[in-house]
Write a protein of this length. Structure first.
Length: 322
């Protein structure tokens, strides 16, 4: 077969049907099956055995040859049935930093009572994962893909295949699930001091929430610092109260694009901001983020940290491939 024709044939067999709504059901229209290398060798061996039986009139040889041929033909059905009616759905991939492995979760559901053995899941650029799926039970498989740069890493085409039970035939299906993983910029290494807080419009105004003198107690509100909780009052059986202090309003910590060195490239500046976000969040500080096209108001907590890192990951970026 000419090389160009072989390339087109391989491309036609491996092309995905496009991103499908989850879950994807592997029907007979989606499953392809061909002899494997072991299957071709097996067929060649049977042919040689048959020629020997014809040449030497071996009755028992005929019996063995046709018995093995029948087992091979039956294995076609079992190989196909090992994938038929299998359902695949994508789970949420947790965000990672560039350089770490993205972990995609694919949930396989076997709607029949017969277990499915040795199901292979293969993504381009990732290690093949083999799983066994019990009957009437969903099974979550993890597919790890290396990341090299920030952005959204798409799951892309996923090949589901099997050679069960004898390895003589290779059945496969190409699916493309709607799943991606947010890849944060890799934080800058080393000790990078945070920018100094700046006084906002309330500078010099007595806010009642400074850090100077004790001003009284008030009812605890969600988001209050645990360091300001009146624990002695709680120990006496009183409701949870928060200490108030009088003084000047605290400065606002802003992590700004313009505070990063102009000699840095885009990725290096995002790496510096990523380090600042992690350090400020770990210190329990309230901070905001300013990018050329985005501004996130000051906040704190895990949700705010994730929002800031996501803004850095998607800064002038889209979907990437591993």
């Amino acid at each position: 077969m000419p090389l160009a024709l072989r390339s087109r044939w391989s491309e036609w067999l491996s092309r995905p049907p496009g991103i499908a709504a989850s879950p994807v059901v592997l029907t007979q229209r989606r499953i392809y099956i061909l002899p494997s290398r072991a299957g071709l060798l097996f067929a060649t061996t049977l042919l040689v055995m048959l020629l020997g039986c014809v040449n030497y009139s071996l009755s028992l040889g005929y019996l063995l040859t046709f018995l093995l041929a029948g087992a091979g033909m039956v294995s076609i059905l079992h190989t196909f049935r090992n994938l038929a009616r299998m359902q695949l759905a994508s789970g949420r991939a947790q965000p990672v930093f560039a350089g770490q492995d993205a972990v995609f979760t694919v949930v396989l559901t076997n709607p029949t009572r017969l277990p499915r053995f040795s199901i292979g899941l293969q993504r381009v650029g990732a290690q093949t994962v083999y799983v066994d799926v019990p009957g009437h039970t969903p099974f979550a498989a993890e597919i790890r893909a290396p990341t090299r740069r920030r952005g959204r890493l798409a799951l892309d085409r996923l090949r589901v295949f099997t050679t069960f039970p004898l390895g003589l035939f290779y059945a496969w299906s190409n699916v493309e699930l709607e799943a991606d993983c947010v890849v944060y910029p890799k934080p800058e290494t080393g000790n990078v001091p945070l920018p100094e807080p700046t006084l906002g419009a309330r500078a010099g105004i007595d806010s009642g929430c400074g850090q100077d003198d004790f001003a009284g107690l008030r009812k605890y509100q969600a988001g209050d610092s645990l360091r300001h909780v009146a624990w002695k009052a709680v120990a006496r059986g009183q409701p949870i109260l928060t200490k108030q202090f009088s003084g000047l309003a605290e400065g606002e910590l802003w992590l700004e694009w313009d505070d990063t060195p102009t000699s840095f490239g885009v990725e290096a500046r995002l790496s510096r901001l990523s380090r600042w976000v992690l350090d400020a969040s770990q210190a329990g500080q309230v901070f905001g983020l300013r990018l050329p096209s985005t501004e996130l108001v000051p906040g704190s907590g895990a949700a705010h940290e994730e929002q800031c890192l996501t803004a850095l990951a998607l800064f002038q970026h889209g979907v990437v491939s591993a």
